[in-house]
Write a protein of this length. Structure first.
Length: 187
């Protein structure tokens, strides 16, 4: 499995390390980790946010071979920018690569591991959601109540994919993600 960026990320994406890094204030509703509170804890973050060092315009890479099953707007920002998402079936799990500039890849396109599939929007982050095989769409604005059965926690998998390039890799691997769904073991 490849990491979605060529270099390290700017901030950690695990619960403990994102709390400790000083980027977000206590009680923030914008932490990057899976299951982080949103809207006064009414809902939870359905993915992880990765902040590439290059920021806006950073190339986003496919983490494995797969097929684009959906390409559409993700959300419109307050500044008027429309962000986009690509939903890619990686045969074993489905990944939503979101908060991109409008991607050129059409639905049905084959992608290969480490291929550039898009570019980070002015949000300066990549929002990643992992789903069970067979998922055909992403959640809108994370989840309320019980975690959806098809949603997977990508934290450990992405920390391992980051390898030695990730400055907080050892911390990320020691961190405990929320007690929720786990992605399958990918070899």
């Amino acid at each position: 499995m490849a990491f979605p960026f060529d270099g390290p990320v700017k901030y950690p994406f695990t619960k403990r390390d994102s709390h400790a890094c000083g980027r977000w204030g206590a009680g923030s509703q914008d932490y990057p980790y899976f299951g982080a509170p949103r809207d006064g804890s009414a809902r939870k973050h359905g993915g992880i946010d990765l902040y590439p060092l290059k920021g806006e315009g950073a190339p986003v890479k496919a983490i494995q071979d797969g097929t684009v099953i959906r390409r559409s707007p993700f959300y419109k920002r307050a500044n008027g920018e429309m962000t986009y998402a690509l939903l890619v079936d990686h045969r074993g799990y489905v990944v939503n690569y979101a908060e991109l500039r409008k991607p050129a890849l059409p639905e049905g396109a084959a992608v290969t591991k480490s291929q550039t599939i898009g570019f980070v929007s002015s949000t300066k982050q990549l929002h990643l959601e992992f789903y069970a095989p067979g998922t055909r769409g992403w959640m809108s604005w994370s989840w309320y109540g019980a975690m959806p059965a098809n949603l997977l926690d990508p934290t450990d998998l992405m920390a391992r994919a980051a390898g030695k390039r990730h400055p907080a890799r050892t911390l990320a691997l020691r961190s405990s993600p929320p007690a929720t769904g786990k992605p399958p073991v990918i070899r």
